[in-house]
Ligand binder design. Structure first.
Ligand code: 13P
Ligand code: SF4
Length: 303
C-alpha cells in the first residue's frame, strides 16, 4: 500500500477506535502525518496523562510507551514495533541500582525518563531532558544518584551545587557527537548557532549557544534571530525543525537512532487494526513507577 493510502487508513482507524497517535520528534515525516501530538518525552507524557482517547498508539521507543501506560493505566497503549527499544534505557538494572542505593543510603534517586518501569519504581523522582536541572534542584537531599545517562548527569552537575552520583550509561547517538565535529560545523557555518541536546558530552554542551530537549530546540529556533543552526542531536530532528521553520537552515551533526526508525506507517496501521502490541505492566511496579513520574509532573505544574 502506498504511503497516502496508509495514512488515510490510519486516520480512519483512529476515528473508529477513538485512538490517538503520540509521536516523538525523531520520527520520520510520514509518521508526523498521522500524529495527534508531536513532542519530546515530557510533552508526550503530559499528553498521555490528559488524553480521553481509548487507545494510545505510541510512535517512539519502548520507555515512552511504558510511561504512557504508567500514567494512563485504563487506556490501551499500543507500541507498533517491539524492536523500537532505547538501548540507554537498558543500561541500568534494578539489582545494580539497589546496590548503588546501599552504597549511598542518604541519596535520593533521580532517573531519566529513558528507563524501564522497574527502574522508575526504584527511583524517587523522574526527569526528562527538558527539566533535569530543575528536578535535581528540587530534591531536598544533597546527594542524588542519577541514572542512567552520564552525560545528562554531568550536565546537571555543571548547573547545580548538589552532589550528583553518576551512572555509566550513555546514548550511542549523542555520545558520538564530538567536539571536533561541532568545531568543524562552526567553521563551515560561522553564522549558525549551535543547539545541543543534553545527552551530548559536556565538552560539546559547553560550546553550545543553547542546551535543549528536542521540543525546546523548536522553541529556541523560533525565538532566535539566527537564520542558521547546527543541530547536535539525532538527525531526524532537522526534518522536524525544517517543517516548522522552512525559511531557516538546519545542519545536522548527529547520526540516526535506528531504534526510533523501527516505527513505520505499515506497522502503525497493523498495530491499530490488530490492536497490537499492547503494553502490559505489573500493577505493583506501575503504581510505584507512577510516584516518580507524578513527582516530576507536579514540579512542572508548580513552575
Ligand atoms: P527528548 O525528551 O528531548 O525528546 O529526548 C528523548 C530522547 O530519547 C533523546 O535521545
Ligand atoms: Fe535512546 Fe539515544 Fe535513541 Fe534517544 S536517541 S531513543 S536516547 S538511543
Amino acid at each position: 500500500m502506498a504511503n497516502k493510502e496508509l495514512i488515510e487508513k490510519i486516520r480512519k482507524l483512529k476515528k473508529e477506535k477513538n485512538a490517538v497517535c503520540l509521536v516523538h520528534n525523531y520520527q520520520t515525516p510520514d509518521i508526523y502525518e498521522i500524529a495527534d501530538y508531536i513532542g519530546d518525552s515530557l510533552d508526550l507524557s503530559q499528553a498521555a496523562a490528559r488524553t480521553d482517547a481509548d487507545i494510545i498508539v505510541f510512535c517512539g521507543v519502548d520507555f515512552m510507551a511504558e510511561s504512557a501506560k504508567i500514567l494512563s493505566p485504563e487506556k490501551k497503549v499500543l507500541h507498533p514495533n517491539r524492536q523500537a527499544m532505547c538501548p540507554m534505557a537498558h543500561m541500568v538494572t534494578p539489582i545494580a541500582l539497589r546496590e548503588k542505593k546501599k552504597q549511598y543510603p542518604d541519596a535520593e534517586v533521580a532517573c531519566y525518563v529513558n528507563t524501564t518501569t522497574d527502574i522508575k519504581a526504584e527511583s524517587d523522582i523522574c526527569t526528562t531532558s527538558a527539566n533535569a536541572v530543575d528536578i535535581v534542584n528540587s530534591v531536598k537531599k544533597d546527594h542524588i544518584i542519577f541514572v542512567p545517562d552520564r552525560n545528562l548527569g554531568q550536565y546537571a552537575q555543571s548547573q547545580t551545587s548538589k552532589k550528583i552520583i553518576l551512572w555509566d550509561g550513555y546514548c550511542y547517538v549523542h555520545d558520538k557527537i564530538s567536539l571536533e565535529s561541532a568545531k568543524r560545523a562552526k567553521a563551515l557555518y560561522p553564522n549558525a548557532e549551535l543547539i545541543a541536546h543534553p545527552e551530548c558530552r559536556l565538552e560539546v554542551l559547553n560550546r553550545a549557544d543553547a542546551v535543549c530537549s528536542t521540543s525546546q530546540m523548536l522553541t529556541y529556533a523560533k525565538k532566535s534571530h539566527a537564520k542558521e543552526f547546527i543541530v547536535a542531536t539525532e538527525e531526524g530532528m532537522v526534518k522536524r525543525l525544517e517543517r516548522e521553520f522552512p525559511l531557516k537552515k538546519f545542519h545536522a551533526i548527529g547520526g540516526i537512532c535506528t531504534q526510533m526508525k523501527e516505527i513505520t506507517l505499515h506497522n502503525v496501521c497493523e498495530s491499530l487494526e490488530k490492536e497490537q502490541f499492547e503494553i502490559e505492566l505489573d500493577e505493583n511496579l506501575r503504581k510505584k513507577a507512577k510516584i516518580a513520574l507524578d513527582r516530576m509532573l507536579e514540579i512542572r505544574k508548580k513552575k
